[in-house]
Design a protein around this ligand. Structure first.
Ligand code: COA
Length: 225
């Protein structure tokens, strides 16, 4: 599955809002992306399909017998079925056709506060999770933070969000405190996580190794404007 990163554009907003709703519905968050995209102390990235591949034609099959399941073809790869379902979501909207070209898989927001880069939101469309897209977004945010000159990257994460904890731990984030009852929906605690100084030799080495491993596992890291 070919996925790349770029800065969020105005025409991405509708899809990004869908992803935000899907991921954070219980919190009722509604980030004002239009305003945020002009915030010079923030950066929003999207993971998108640069060229959505056409699903391959299924090979000619013999007529199914009445005993066979006539449902999905096992020859159509899983990524293709997931992409089709995401595209069908996108097709249901009523935007002008010029705005329908991109297909957004996930997004991430980062604010620059003093010497910290703070990840405010990261989410991947539900059917596309577990495909290295969240990791790609995190790599993008760390590169952005390095370029900006931030010293550390921080974030808050639900105490129970095991998947997100694993992702952040992989990239060297460590618990640095707790905000008691932080989440409005169930009063769950937020764990504050932070990296060690990202310009240190040790962190650069960790980040270099992880970026080197990523393409072998998933895809080339493509970051465009
Ligand atoms: C958290 C989230 C962004 C991760 O994105 P993703 O694309 O599913 O994650 P990836 O496929 O890139 O996985 C990267 C790492 O995350 C962890 N991870 C992902 N899925 C996991 C799972 N099912 N179980 C345990 N760890 C998992 C692993 O450390 C994985 O690295 P590995 O492949 O080397 O094991 C995604 O699950 C999501 O959108 N969740 C809903 C929104 C949310 O909770 N955001 C975080 C707010 S703080």
């Amino acid at each position: 599955m070919d996925v790349a990163l770029r800065r969020m554009r105005p025409e991405d907003r509708k899809e990004v809002k869908e992803i935000e709703r899907e991921a954070f519905a219980p919190l009722g968050v509604g980030t004002p992306f239009k305003r945020e995209m002009n915030n010079r102390y923030a950066k929003y990235l999207v993971a998108y399909f640069p060229e959505p591949p056409e699903p391959p034609e299924p090979a000619a099959q013999p007529e199914p017998s009445i005993h066979e399941d006539s449902g999905r073809s096992a020859d159509v790869p899983i990524w293709s079925r997931m992409l089709k379902s995401v595209q069908s979501l996108v097709k249901q909207d009523d935007r002008p056709s010029t705005e329908k070209e991109s297909c957004i898989a996930g997004y991430l927001g980062v604010w620059f506060q003093g010497n910290e880069a703070h990840i405010t939101e990261i989410a991947v469309r539900e059917p596309l999770r577990g495909q290295g897209i969240g990791e790609l977004l995190l790599i993008g945010s760390l590169r952005v933070a390095l370029e900006y000159g931030s010293s550390v990257v921080t974030l808050e994460v639900r105490a129970s969000n095991f998947v997100a904890h694993r992702l952040y731990e992989k990239y060297g984030f460590k618990p640095a405190g707790v905000r008691k009852g932080y989440y409005a929906d169930n009063r769950e605690d937020a764990v504050i996580m932070t990296t060690s100084p990202i310009h240190s030799d040790a962190y650069r080495e960790l980040f270099r190794e992880l970026q080197e491993k990523y393409p072998a596992h998933w895809r080339e890291i493509r970051i465009e404007n």
